[in-house]
Design a protein around this ligand. Structure first.
Ligand code: 5AD
Length: 494
């Protein structure tokens, strides 16, 4: 049996695409190997959102080309966004690449590998499926193992749309992922139902501008309000919640202008919808937002966030909803004053997680016409100030949770012990706080939603233990069989 290995770079969409590639490859009879050395096929699923990510690919390719000498017949595949962006160029540079395959062509992978094995020439296949968009489900590969044969993930992604119609001037995504295409709601609901039946406890709806959703089947209700940025996304969330009420629901990544009244109402209404939104704002300065073509002002962003917070007030004094964001520092023309406004926005909103990046020029983007005039040193300085602020906000938020109770979905074993505390399991709360749990109940906890009390806080996480009620319930429950739950599940409304 031929073996393969996938290395994944970049965003959740790429992680999801890699999962689909695994299914397609295994469905075609390939077996996955951990180590690169043993692999007959090596797939690099690439990211090009920032220059750094692309550089990583170049150095990876350099290493692999050298390694290829000792492995005649090994096939090197470049997939993902750099594949879509560079196409033919990746074949012509003597990089040792055999196959270049775009995000919309994952299903064709086995066939293209077969062609190569039969003596075919290196190939590029980067065609957007504009007329008949395809959305690979988590068990949709034609000859993949049937759902019952595969373990279910505690938390998983479900694609609801792909591509992006925004024209943010810094962003390469419209080039690498194409225009927006939406998945029919019946497919989404069927996938969600299947996942819930197989024991998945949390689903993250995934799309580049996930909250611009419009159902191609016309089955989702259109909000009647006056907001021109309304979409059918709130209706989709309601339909998914109805289809699988026990699931926790998240979504990523929304565009701020579609955080509309209907979506805010859905947050207030749906108990299973997590109380955390990752809402990329990019800058706090109106001047910069305009040059980025973000299509909202700072005041509009703040108003939408305020409306969400007002709709999500909690009873115990802790925040009813948490927000995280993405920021670009050093966008062309960003002055000290503009940057100060970004800092003040981060503070005003109280983001508890900030992913910040130095602006990098990307091919095919409108911002290339602007002068990249903030020096590298200045970008580094701004980034450092921003991190100092955001780390402080995160730690402060987590420290306010000590003594409070949370519901946590236990996702797996804790990866590394925290200072002075041996956590055994970790998971996330409804507000997306990372929670480490000290408990000796073993694997039965994985996949459970349990109630915990927070004991200590760290820089990025908290340490907690089961509440006495949760311990008592655990003691009363029967041992867990595969697929059965030992701890009584808290319903989303608890
Ligand atoms: N330079 C720096 N950061 C970028 N991002 C997107 N394009 C660029 C770029 N050209 C960041 C944005 C986006 C995140 C995924 O990557 O903050 O939200």
């Amino acid at each position: 049996m031929k073996s393969y290995r996938i290395a994944t770079f970049g965003c959740q969409m790429n992680v999801h695409d890699s999962d689909r590639m695994h299914e397609v490859m295994q469905g075609a009879g390939f077996s996955e190997v951990e180590a690169e050395e043993g692999a007959d096929v090596i797939i690099l699923n690439t990211c090009s959102v920032r220059e750094k990510a692309e550089q990583k690919l170049r150095s990876e390719l350099g290493k692999l080309r050298q390694g290829k000498a000792g492995h005649p017949g090994r096939v090197l595949v470049v997939a993902g966004c750099v594949a879509q962006q560079e196409g033919e160029k990746l074949l012509s540079r003597g990089l040792g690449v055999d196959l270049v395959i775009g995000p919309d062509n994952i299903r064709e992978l086995p066939l293209l590998l077969h062609d190569l094995a039969s003596g075919g020439l290196p190939t590029v296949r980067t065609v957007f499926d504009l007329d008949a968009p395809q959305f690979l489900t988590s068990y949709g590969a034609p000859s993949a193992p049937s759902p019952s044969e595969r373990p279910s993930a505690v938390s998983t992604f479900v694609t609801t749309m792909k591509g992006c119609n925004e024209r943010c001037t810094f962003c390469i995504v419209p080039t690498t992922r194409g225009p927006e295409r939406y998945r029919p709601s019946d497919e989404i609901l069927a996938e969600v139902r299947g996942l819930a039946e197989r024991g998945t406890r949390e689903v993250t709806l995934l799309g580049q501008t996930v909250n611009s959703y419009t159902d191609p089947l016309g089955c989702m209700e259109k909000p009647s309000g006056a907001d021109p940025d309304e979409s059918e996304f709130a209706a989709l969330l309601r339909a998914v919640s109805k289809e699988a009420p026990s699931l926790r629901l998240r979504y990523t990544s929304p565009h701020p202008r579609h955080l509309t009244p209907s979506l805010i109402a859905a947050h207030a209404e749906l108990p299973g919808l997590c109380r955390h939104v990752h809402l990329p704002v990019q800058s706090g300065s109106d001047r910069v937002l305009k040059r980025m073509l973000r299509r909202y002002t700072r005041a509009e962003f703040e108003a939408r966030v305020a409306a969400l917070k007002a709709a999500m007030k909690s009873q115990d004094g802790t925040p009813g909803v948490t927000l995280s964001t993405d920021i670009i520092v050093g966008f062309p023309g960003e002055t000290d004053e503009d940057f100060e406004q970004t800092l003040s926005l981060i503070e005003a909103v109280g983001f508890v997680g900030v992913f910040a990046f130095k602006y990098s020029e990307r091919p095919f983007t409108p911002a290339l016409k602007l002068k990249n005039d903030v020096s590298e040193e200045e970008k580094s300085r701004r980034l450092a100030r921003l991190f100092a602020l955001s780390e402080g906000l995160t730690a402060k938020h987590l420290s306010t949770l000590v003594g409070s109770e949370l519901e946590v979905l236990i996702e797996g074993r804790a990866k590394k012990p925290q200072a002075g505390a041996e956590a055994t399991f970790s998971g996330r709360s409804f507000r997306n706080e990372i929670v480490h749990l000290q408990d000796d109940r073993g694997e039965q906890l994985v996949g459970e939603v349990v109630r915990v009390r927070v004991e200590r806080s760290f820089k990025h996480s908290v340490l907690a233990s089961l509440t006495p009620e949760a311990v008592a319930q655990a003691g009363r429950s029967a041992p867990k069989e595969r697929g059965a739950r030992r701890l009584p599940m808290l319903s989303a409304a608890d």
